[in-house]
Ligand binder design. Structure first.
Ligand SMILES: NC(=O)c1ccc[n+]([C@@H]2O[C@H](COP(=O)([O-])OP(=O)(O)OC[C@H]3O[C@@H](n4cnc5c(N)ncnc54)[C@H](OP(=O)(O)O)[C@@H]3O)[C@@H](O)[C@H]2O)c1
Length: 247
């Protein structure tokens, strides 16, 4: 919480408009952080957090030029310091029947689009905002997935490989940003109740030791922990949030 003597911390969160991102904005706002949000949609006035509209940046992260342009806009809105960058935006395209796209049939242009949103945007943002992160002794959290380490019945090959790459990027960044005073970690959610889930997820739930879906708020709490002083010596980790799904 913010006391009278401490400065307000600032987080930049991608994919803030729904699901895990939405719950994360709420958590950080409650903890009195200033939250700068990014997504393709304009700010929805139904989202009632303080300063929501003026802290929202509309950007299509599948377009690297758009992402680079957004960085300039983000820098203009910072007072030089960024305490947390959370790379949460992600897409998991399916075929026209709603089934997973496998490694044989995924169109390369779709594969590229998935990598731009799920992977390259994180590289571009972290590098572009490096100075502000270093100045704040900030932290980066990359949102990977259970699908990054095992074949998943609904998530496709492009999605899985992009999340595996993001997991590897987390280690690389922890190595490179650590000497600059910036911690870098990942969280790997399992089946969390959001719009990204596919029909049939209930069948998976019966095999999860905790016998239920995760809630976006439970993921937001873990992101908050990683951005807090309580995680001051945690870097290069990938925390699974999956109710024991991979035991
Ligand atoms: N839910 C799960 O069970 C689960 C499991 C494992 C991992 N994850 C990961 O958790 C993260 C959040 O997932 P979620 O379930 O909350 O997903 P979601 O409900 O589908 O939300 C995805 C978010 O990403 C944004 N986004 C998508 N494409 C974008 C683009 N081109 N440019 C900018 N923003 C874009 C969306 O906003 P706009 O549409 O406004 O652009 C939205 O805010 C993702 O990285 C996902 O892979 C989720």
């Amino acid at each position: 919480m913010l006391d009278k003597t401490s400065e307000q911390k600032v987080i930049l969160l991608t994919g803030a408009s729904r699901g895990i991102g939405h719950a994360t904005v709420r958590k950080f706002s409650e903890e009195k952080w200033r939250v700068i949000t990014c997504s393709r949609q304009a700010f929805d006035p139904k989202c009632p957090w303080p300063g929501g509209e003026e802290n929202h940046i509309q950007v299509d992260l599948s377009n690297p030029n758009n992402t680079l342009h957004a960085i300039e806009e983000i820098k203009d809105r910072l007072n030089g310091k960024l305490h947390a960058l959370v790379n949460n935006a992600g897409i998991s395209p399916k075929n026209e029947k709603g089934n997973r796209l496998d490694s044989i049939n995924t169109d390369l242009s779709i594969w590229g689009q998935v990598f731009h949103v799920n992977f390259f945007a994180s590289v571009i943002l972290a590098r572009g905002l490096q100075k502000a992160l270093v100045k704040a002794k900030g932290t980066i959290v990359n949102v990977t997935s259970i699908a990054g380490s095992r074949v998943h019945p609904f998530a496709g090959a492009a999605y899985a490989t992009s999340k595996a790459a993001l997991g590897a990027l987390t280690r690389e960044m922890a190595n490179d940003f650590g000497p600059l005073g910036v911690r870098v970690n990942a969280i790997a959610p399992g089946e969390v109740k959001t719009a990204i889930l596919s029909k049939g997820t209930e069948k998976i739930v019966s095999d999860i030791p905790m016998k239920r879906l995760g809630m976006p708020e439970e993921v937001a709490d873990t992101i908050f922990y990683l951005c807090s002083e309580h995680a001051s010596y945690v870097s290069g980790a990938e925390i699974e949030i999956n109710g024991g799904q991979h035991v």
